[in-house]
Design a protein around this ligand. Structure first.
Ligand code: PAP
Length: 316
């Protein structure tokens, strides 16, 4: 694999824009990042030392991050915590699986991560091309989940409205956000580069990068839970299957189950985001309630153009 050479240029030398929600963005190696994440991303690139037992969960925001965190934590730790004593009952998935750029390297450039028990599970919204070199060069595994861009856009906008970022939830605000989305100018955009980066990495090395789709998990969670376990080298034994462990994990991590836990109904994450806002509807196709036919057509055309020849298809 060939990767761009990382530079440690200062943010002020790079192209900058204001995001629709008012946050300043910087374009780094073709990826739009919130300016406040530039330093943590560089710190992670410089200092993160991956171990071969590490698991990295990677996503565009609003593509199924919370769900994937709950599932992977449960699958990887199933011999440590019985389902009825899982930390997921009292901690949010985001507390159990920290983001590299938003948690781990947020306050410190070089935190000590050595004593975290294996497997260490981290998450990121970074593009594949921005990942710390050690992640790409060791045997650690990456699980990527993506979601059809129509639902992902709507979910993101509704999340910002719910947390009262940027503009009020009026149609003009939606139009402005939509325009920037189609230009790829928003935090961790453009979606096509984000998705294609991991898709190509998966095609090149499927044993290292597992590529999942939110819609497939909604359609058949059992097969996807098995797939994750097998990818991690932790397949379910026949005895576990007969005991119904896959159903128990799927049930625990389902939208209804997580949403109804007290820990996910109250409190905040990252200082400002309501925990409840991570559980809105959890459906495929909710975009139809928000996007006009013309808007939907524009995103579909973008998908056709950008994903042409990649073999990537989305259920919308
Ligand atoms: P993040 O990237 O900011 O962490 P993320 O968890 O990817 O957010 O996105 C939240 C979306 O996943 C919400 O979608 P919606 O706005 O269309 O409703 C949320 O409802 C959905 N979600 C959260 N947990 C689950 C789950 N257990 N099953 C299915 N969908 C879920």
């Amino acid at each position: 694999m060939k990767f761009p050479k990382m530079s440690s240029r200062s943010c002020s030398e790079l192209e900058q824009r204001e995001s629709w929600d008012g946050s300043p963005l910087v374009k780094y190696c073709g990826c739009w990042l919130q300016v406040m994440l530039f330093r943590p991303v560089l710190a992670a690139q410089k200092h993160f030392k991956a171990k071969s037992t590490d698991i990295l969960l990677s996503t565009m925001p609003k593509s199924g991050t919370t769900w994937l965190k709950a599932l992977t934590f449960s699958i990887a730790n199933r011999n440590v915590f019985p389902i009825d004593q899982t930390p997921l009952l009292t901690s949010t998935p985001h507390m159990l699986v920290p983001f590299l750029e938003l948690n781990v390297y947020w306050e410190q450039d070089n935190p000590d991560l050595e004593n975290i028990p294996s497997p260490r599970i981290f998450s990121t919204h970074m593009h594949f091309e921005l990942l710390p070199v050690s992640i790409r060069e060791t045997d650690c595994r990456i699980i990527y989940i993506c979601r059809n861009p129509l639902d992902q856009f709507v979910s993101h906008i509704q999340f910002l409205f719910r947390n009262k970022f940027g503009k009020d939830a009026d149609p003009a605000a939606m139009d402005e956000a939509f325009e920037m989305y189609c230009q790829g100018i928003y935090s961790f955009g453009p979606f096509w580069d984000h998705i294609l980066g991991y898709w190509n990495a998966h095609l090149e090395n499927p044993g290292k990068v597992l590529f999942l789709k939110y819609e497939d998990l909604k359609e058949d969670i059992t097969s996807q839970v098995k797939k994750i376990a097998e990818f991690l080298g932790l397949p379910f034994s026949q005895e576990e299957e007969e005991q119904g462990l896959i159903d128990q994990i799927s049930g625990l991590c389902s939208f209804e189950s997580l949403r109804n836990l007290a820990v996910n109904k109250t409190g905040i994450t990252l200082g400002v985001l309501k925990n409840s806002s991570f559980f809105r509807k959890g459906q495929v196709g909710d975009w139809a309630n928000y996007l006009t036919p013309a808007m939907a057509e524009r995103i579909k055309k973008l998908m056709d153009t950008k994903f042409e020849g990649s073999g990537l298809l989305f259920k919308t």
